[in-house]
Design a protein around this ligand. Structure first.
Ligand SMILES: *Cc1c(COP(=O)(O)O)cnc(C)c1O
Length: 392
């Protein structure tokens, strides 16, 4: 007879002289140590390893190291969402009395953070147009500590004057934070253009399958990294092992997906521009884009996977378009393997007044397409059929 024991107690993983080719999923919340001395050594940094999952776990570290490779960064941190990454940077580095300057077309929740959350904590904020370096410079204050921009604005796809803004930040002694979600390191490496901090919503193109919510932060200066990491751990902004594991799986095909989506986007942009139901197309890779001259130096002349267009007509035509294109998910996200269509006036920009939207060029006919990796001929056929249906 075997000695009785409890099935509740964990037994060691069976030994294997061969090792798995895939990163194991390690959901353990806690790690056991041999002795209090051994645990002490870990907390003091004399021994490496994990203690408690909110403080760090292998799946987050494996994922971070891979995104580091793409960004040319070191010591990147994974957070529970893209907004957790933004929060970790803001809460980790700012104090009451500081000023933050943001791009005027940031991601909607970042705009809300600038308008509501930071001022509530005594941190002043203002917004300026990042395509206009002089406007950004004029908005700098003596207490400006941080500048947050996206290289490509959402949803109008305007290109920030990144190199000039990096220069302005340096002169002002402010940190330049670039949200590289839209552009991705395949198109742009912000550290090569003077960024101090790069953040991502890994949820979007990097993970790529609309099944995880994660973020990433990397800093040029390791001291800033340490400050941000402590804040992320203390405020509980850290990620789940399962999400990290799934995102690593998605990340393996990121470069292939992005290249395919980008070439699809270029073709779709041209097809949309040629359709009589479309008033105009905004695609950074097209010669008629207002910032086309900035595209070559920043993105090697490629335009990314996001295409915006303005449909002739108003809300009725917009409703008709999404109805006529049931194969294309009408959903307010981006970066999925499949193409998605979003309508900023009814979603991301609904909080603005019609006049505020008009000033940005976001009319009722405005659509943003996150182009996926489908067969491009099929995609063009579906859009053309839907536009034909709207036109009449
Ligand atoms: C989605 C998004 C975010 C926020 O990321 P979540 O993972 O949804 O929290 C931040 N910035 C940009 C540009 C985004 O598109």
């Amino acid at each position: 007879m075997k000695k009785p024991t409890s099935i509740v107690r964990r037994t060691p993983v069976p030994a294997s002289s061969s090792t798995p080719v895939v990163t194991p999923l390690m959901p353990s919340v806690v790690y056991r140590s041999e002795t209090p001395d051994a645990l002490d050594a870990q907390y003091e940094g004399q021994a490496s390893g994990y203690t408690y999952a909110r403080e760090g776990h292998p799946n987050a570290d494996v994922l971070a190291a891979k995104i580091d490779m793409l960004e040319g960064a070191e010591g990147g941190l994974i957070t529970g969402s893209g907004m957790a990454a933004v929060t970790a940077v803001m809460m980790g580095l700012l104090k009451a009395g500081d000023h933050v300057l943001g791009g005027n077309q940031l991601y909607g929740r970042c705009l809300r953070m600038m308008a509501e959350e930071l001022p509530r904590l005594g941190i002043a904020t203002s917004l300026a147009d990042p395509t206009d370096a002089a406007a950004m410079k004029a908005a700098i204050r003596p207490e400006t500590r941080l500048i947050l921009i996206e290289a490509v604005s959402n949803p109008t796809l305007r290109i920030a004057d990144l190199d000039a803004i990096a220069e302005i930040a340096k002169e002002a002694g402010a940190l330049l934070v670039v949200d590289n979600t839209f552009t991705t390191p395949r198109a742009l490496k912000p550290f090569d253009h003077g960024a101090d901090i790069v953040i991502h919503s890994v949820t979007k193109l990097l993970a790529g399958h609309s099944d995880v919510t994660l973020g990433y932060v990397a800093t040029r200066d390791p001291e800033l990294r340490a400050q941000i990491a402590v804040t992320a751990i203390t405020l509980g902004l850290t990620p789940s092992p399962f999400d990290c594991w799934l995102a690593e799986r998605g990340l393996h095909s990121f470069e292939l997906r992005f290249d395919r989506a980008q070439s699809n986007a270029a073709r779709l942009a041209d097809a949309l521009a040629a359709h009589p139901a479309v008033a105009h197309v905004l695609y950074p890779g097209r010669a008629d884009h207002p910032d086309h001259a900035s595209v070559a130096p920043l993105f090697g002349g490629q335009g990314g996977n996001m295409v915006s267009f303005v449909l002739k007509g108003g809300r009725a035509e917009a409703n008709a378009l999404t109805k006529a294109a049931p194969q294309i998910a009408f959903a307010p996200t981006l970066g999925d393997v499949a193409t998605t269509l979003s309508h900023p006036a009814s979603s991301s920009h609904r909080a603005l007044t019609p006049g505020g939207r008009e000033a940005l060029g976001i009319t009722e006919g405005f659509f943003r397409v996150s182009v996926g990796i489908e067969d491009p001929d099929l995609l063009i056929e579906e859009f053309t059929a839907a536009l034909d249906a709207v036109a009449g």
